[in-house]
Design a protein around this ligand. Structure first.
Ligand code: NI
Length: 152
C-alpha cells in the first residue's frame, strides 16, 4: 500500500563543475552545454531536497528519525561534495555532472540507508531556473520509528 505521508528535508552545499563528456568532440560539447562547457568550470550553491515517505509512528506522529537522517545526509552527501569540484569525484568519472546525474547519484548513496520510512525522491536545485528530480526504484520501508526506538 502506498504511503501518503512524507517529510522533505533540505540541505545545501557549494560545488564546482563543468559539463563535458569525452564521448563527444569538443565542438559538440560546446554546442550542447554552451557556457557550462567552459574549461575552468563554474560553481553552484546546490540545495538538495530529500523526501522520505512512510507510516506515522502512532505515538510520535513522526515518519522518520530526522536527526539520524540529517547525520546520514551530512556524512554521505554534504561532506563529500561541499567545496569540491564534482568532475573530480570518482562517481562522475564516466558520467557528466548534470543535475540529473547528481540527483540520481544522491539517491543511490542514500536509498539503502534511510533510518526509517523509505526514500521517495531526491530534488536538486542548481540555479533559480533549474530543478531536477530523481525517483528511483523504491525500497521496502526499513521499519517504523517505534521499532527503532524499541531496538535501542
Ligand atoms: Ni552548472
Amino acid at each position: 500500500m502506498p504511503y501518503t505521508s512524507s517529510i522533505t528535508r533540505t540541505y545545501t552545499f557549494c560545488a564546482a563543475h563543468r559539463l563535458h563528456t569525452d564521448q563527444l568532440p569538443d565542438d559538440l560539447n560546446q554546442k550542447i552545454f554552451g557556457k557550462c562547457n567552459n574549461p575552468n568550470g563554474h560553481g553552484h550553491n546546490y540545495t538538495v531536497l530529500v523526501t522520505v515517505q512512510g507510516e506515522l509512528d502512532p505515538r510520535t506522529g513522526l515518519i522518520t528519525d530526522v536527526d539520524a537522517l540529517d547525520r546520514l545526509v551530512k556524512e554521505n552527501i554534504v561532506n563529500r561534495f561541499d567545496h569540491q569540484h564534482l568532475n573530480f569525484d570518482p562517481a562522475f568519472a564516466t558520467v557528466t555532472t548534470t543535475g540529473e546525474n547528481l540527483a540520481r547519484l544522491i539517491w543511490d548513496l542514500l536509498v539503502d540507508r534511510i533510518p526509517s520510512g523509505r526514500l521517495e525522491k531526491i530534488g536538486v536545485i542548481e540555479t533559480r531556473d533549474n530543478f531536477f528530480e530523481y525517483i528511483g526504484v523504491p525500497k521496502e520501508a526499513s521499519g517504523s520509528v517505534s521499532n527503532r526506538i524499541k531496538e535501542n
